[in-house]
Design a binder for this molecule. Structure first.
Ligand SMILES: CC(=O)N[C@@H](CCC[C@H](N)C(=O)O)C(=O)O
Length: 368
């Protein structure tokens, strides 16, 4: 398989969570070209399971890749840029899928000793595909004994990987806040309850939570990524909406942050004569790397000559955390050396990392 060609073909067709129809077809077409004697393929919504029968299995090892893109206009200047307006593979899932296909190609040609389950999972960026996929029939039938996944790391050089035992990624919760007041003529502010002003105050009030309500020895993030209000410059907005995300390194702090947001909302309702509704959307469980298997992986990588470094904890989220909650395993970062970071419209991971990624994943699947 030509990894660069495959990555570029996937890069052109980013699709949002549970809309990955073209992506699923392209993946199925690629899998179809592989020797199929020891492979069983089953689709699940827009995702795919591929079970690889081992030669003398004592266990099943799971390998998961995410397959969805982001709602972002690409700005890389690539000749193979996204053909879908307002959609981009800006979180490296085109790399993740290519690496999974590359490793699967090895397993198909030279079956491993143990069974392997490849999981092509939709909707990682939201609303979350890992949790429902865990409850699916194929997963029950082929449930792995151990599982792993990777994520591209723009800030790491190519030919390095990085992980740590214990907490790697945060607990996350989406945050949607709707304000309803009274609109009116821009010249008569005293006769309206302006929801542009209420939402603006609220964004600044949210900053107090991490700064003043959370123990500095804990970690939390409250980010508002989107503000929406009003229709025209001379009408006071009747409604407004904030969209954001909460990140914490513990479930208790997540509960505390939500409690503080709700308290602020009640105060804002009184002071601004408005009605506020809060929706927490998709919530992801933390990514917690099981100590023993992570240390085994790190030792194996070092022994095989790969450059493996100790990772810091990150406030990114990943619904792979749900799989790790039930199945011991780990996630690791793969260096792809890009100046632009994850979720940026000019993310340009170096394609040399594809071969390195495939090599690591297949060696892990053969030796773990
Ligand atoms: C690795 C990564 O970037 N993951 C996403 C997960 C998003 C979870 C959810 N939609 C949210 O925003 O809370 C991330 O933004 O960390």
């Amino acid at each position: 398989m030509d990894y660069v060609k495959t990555r570029r073909a996937l890069h052109k067709i980013p699709e949002l969570g549970f809309e990955e129809v073209k992506t699923q077809q392209l993946l199925l077409d690629m899998i179809d070209t592989m020797p199929g004697d020891n492979l069983t393929v089953e689709t699940w919504r827009t995702g795919i399971f591929v079970f690889v029968r081992g030669t003398s299995p004592t266990k099943t090892i799971g390998y998961r890749t995410d397959i969805d893109g982001l709602p972002l206009e690409e700005n890389t200047g690539y000749s193979f840029s996204s053909e879908h307006p307002g959609r981009m593979h800006a979180c490296g899932h085109d790399f993740h899928m290519t690496i999974a296909l590359g490793a699967l190609e090895y397993m198909a040609a030279e079956p491993p000793r143990n069974n392997v389950l490849f999981i092509f999972q939709p909707a990682e960026e939201g609303p979350g595909g890992a949790e429902p996929m865990l409850r699916s029939e194929p997963m029950k039938k082929w449930k792995p004994d151990t599982i792993f996944a990777l994520h591209v790391a723009p800030e790491l050089p190519v030919r390095t990987i990085s992980t740590r035992p214990g907490l790697l990624f945060a607990n996350t919760s989406e945050l949607y806040i709707d304000f309803k007041g009274v609109g009116g003529h821009a010249a008569y502010p005293h006769k309206a309850f302006d929801m542009t002003v209420a939402a603006s105050y609220f964004v600044t009030q949210l900053q107090q939570i991490v700064a003043r309500r959370i123990d500095p020895l804990d970690s939390a993030v409250v980010t508002i990524g989107k503000i929406q209000a009003g229709r025209v410059q001379n009408i006071i907005a009747e409604t407004s909406r904030l969209e954001g995300t909460i990140r914490t390194t513990s479930g208790i702090v997540m509960k505390d942050v939500k409690g503080e947001i709700e308290k602020l909302a009640r105060g804002m309702e009184i002071s601004n004569d408005c009605n506020i509704t809060i929706d927490y959307g998709a919530n992801y469980y933390q990514v917690y790397n099981e100590e023993e298997v992570t240390e085994k992986f790190t030792a194996l990588m070092k022994e095989m000559g790969y450059d493996c470094r100790e990772a810091d904890r990150a406030m990114t989220g990943e619904d792979f955390g749900y799989m790790l909650k039930e199945i011991p395993g780990f996630m690791f970062w793969l260096g792809v050396d890009s100046q632009a970071g994850l979720h940026q419209s000019s993310l340009k991971p170096k394609e040399e990392a594809l071969e390195y990624g495939v090599s690591i994943v297949k060696d892990t699947l053969y030796h773990l």
